[in-house]
Design a protein around this ligand. Structure first.
Ligand SMILES: [Zn+2]
Length: 345
């Protein structure tokens, strides 16, 4: 009888296996069989013929206990495996934060060890406000959009004019007369539709500057007038935002990063007062060499992306100057002024 029952259980084990049931379910069935035999024996009197034939409850209790132990052990292993699988899929989700399209699109950035996946994610999660979308703003927009900056804010109240087209390369001729921010928004979306653009069709003023700046990680100043530069500097200093600043005149351009909260100077530390009327010629007054804004604006994009990705060292505390007419570059040190009315305590 015992042999017959054991044979039946072994047969059940292989049959369930043949039917494709999981190892744990099969173990559960076998365990349930042993347990029901054990329970029957416990309920029946010891003098019952079935009990006598089965040899009493003790050996069955031992077998049930051992099978139960194996079953529980297998169950425990399965739970552990599932947990580690969950961990793995969480890790995969992190890696998969970029779509296949993005991984390919930004692959030449991701492959750079100074940027990598982490840096590219920082770019994606970041927001940059560009003041002025003229000659300097054009390349800044192009490279920030192409690099995948998550949110790009652009503020300007100007319209696209015929004399802009010689250097403001994001505007096609057919968009003459359009508001620059809307034309620039179109240019960004054409380059990279993953970017979120916020156009502000207005001139920056002191009343709105701090509120707008507080929504961005980096402020890029490509404006062409000193009044706006000082407003931008005061608001960037107040809101603790790094200010990437570029300026042009005829054949020469300069770039620097201002961030008093990071120990560097602010714009007013270096230029406490605007130059006297007529001392610095605007593009309209003195002209500007077509590719120069492209060079300086690209330098501004470089500094911005280094800040966002926390790679390399920026031009904080230094000013880079490029003389395109003579092909000369130089870098000067810029210091914080203890008497600065904007950033000194
Ligand atoms: Zn200062």
């Amino acid at each position: 009888m015992i042999v017959a029952i054991l044979s039946f259980i072994i047969f059940a084990w292989f049959l369930t296996g043949y039917l494709g049931m999981s190892r744990n379910s099969r173990l559960g069935i076998v365990f349930a069989m042993f347990l029901s035999i054990l329970l029957s024996l416990l309920v029946l009197a010891e003098t019952n013929s079935f009990s006598i034939t089965m040899g009493g409850w003790a050996p069955w209790a031992t077998i049930s206990f051992l099978v139960g132990l194996v079953f529980l052990f297998q169950l425990f292993i399965k739970i552990l495996k599932n947990k580690s699988k969950d961990h793995k899929s969480n890790d995969n989700e992190k890696n998969d934060e970029f779509s296949e399209h993005e991984l390919e699109r930004y692959s030449r950035h991701i492959i750079l060890k100074e940027i990598g996946g982490l840096g590219q994610r920082r770019i994606k999660d970041s927001s940059v406000l560009i003041l002025g979308v003229g000659g300097l703003g054009s390349p800044v927009i192009q490279y920030l959009a192409a690099s995948g900056v998550g949110t790009i804010g652009i503020i300007d109240d100007d319209k696209v004019s015929l004399s802009n087209l010689q250097r403001q390369v994001i505007y096609p001729t057919e968009q003459l007369g359009e508001q620059k921010v809307f034309s620039a928004t179109e240019a960004i979306y054409k380059l990279n539709s993953n970017v979120n653009v916020r156009p502000y069709n207005r001139r920056l003023n002191a009343e709105i500057a701090e509120e707008i700046f507080s929504e961005y990680d980096v402020i890029v100043d490509g404006t062409d007038n000193f009044e706006t530069r000082y407003i931008a500097n005061a608001a960037a200093t107040k809101t603790n935002k790094p200010l990437v600043s570029g300026a042009l005149s005829q054949w020469e351009g300069q770039v620097s990063v201002f961030a008093p909260h990071q120990g560097g100077p602010c714009y007013a530390c270096v230029f406490p007062k605007p130059p006297k009327e007529g001392a610095v010629l605007t593009c309209a007054e003195g002209g500007v060499f077509s590719p120069l804004p492209g060079v300086i604006g690209s330098f501004m994009a470089v500094e911005t992306l280094k800040i966002l990705t926390q790679s390399g060292s920026t031009l904080l505390g230094q000013m880079f100057i490029y003389d395109s007419l003579n092909g000369e570059t130089r870098k000067i040190k810029t210091d914080r002024s203890i008497n600065c009315p904007v950033c000194s305590d």
